[in-house]
Ligand binder design. Structure first.
Ligand SMILES: [Zn+2]
Length: 187
């Protein structure tokens, strides 16, 4: 390719990771495609493959990252930059949320794991007057003692993103864990 095109493409791609750099239509298309690939039936299949490669079983996968998947799936259409991607995103968002809800229902019916999905309204870090919905997935009770679990949410500015940390602890025993993920840009 000629040098000018190479330069346009490389600066478009750099803009994905650097807010100060001017985004181009190429940046927006790659941004949307990157998100769309992670959702819908194919996205969910790849999500489980990736978790398995990281050595996580089903329960650990759901505990550690389903909150992020559901939060991003629910906000997918509003996170899109192009009109075409928004159309795909609506379909993929619905399919993804439907799939995970069905999975949680089946785990419950089979007595394997009891999770609840809690929608938490959270102030947008960049604009605290606006609220953003986090879809958190937490065990219904402490796996150790069946005590009640309490959920505490904080966000802080990280090098790459606004990072949310959810601290979950049992009110009865010492059992606790925390999960962290980057909030969607629209937050
Ligand atoms: Zn406990």
């Amino acid at each position: 390719m000629d040098k000018e095109k190479i330069s346009t493409i490389t600066s478009s791609l750099t803009a994905l990771y650097n807010e100060k750099q001017q985004a181009s239509p190429i940046t927006d298309v790659v941004h949307d495609a990157d998100f769309l690939a992670k959702f819908g039936y194919l996205g969910v299949a790849n999500y489980f493959v990736k978790s398995a490669l990281q050595g996580k079983n089903l329960y650990n996968t759901l505990v550690s990252s389903l909150s992020k998947e559901l939060t991003y799936a629910a906000s997918l259409p509003s996170n899109m930059r192009t009109v075409t991607a928004k159309k795909f995103a609506e379909k993929k968002s619905e399919a993804t949320l439907h799939y995970y809800q069905g999975l949680l229902d089946e785990l419950r019916e089979a007595g394997i794991a009891l999770f609840k999905v809690v929608d938490e309204s959270f102030p947008c870090p960049k604009n605290p007057d606006k609220k953003f919905i986090l879809r958190m997935v937490v065990p219904e009770a402490c796996p150790e003692c069946s005590g009640k679990l309490s959920l505490n949410l904080v966000s802080q500015t990280h090098t790459k993103c606004e990072q949310l940390t959810a601290k979950i602890h049992c009110v009865r025993c010492m059992n606790h864990y925390q999960i962290s993920f980057c909030l969607p840009e629209m937050a």
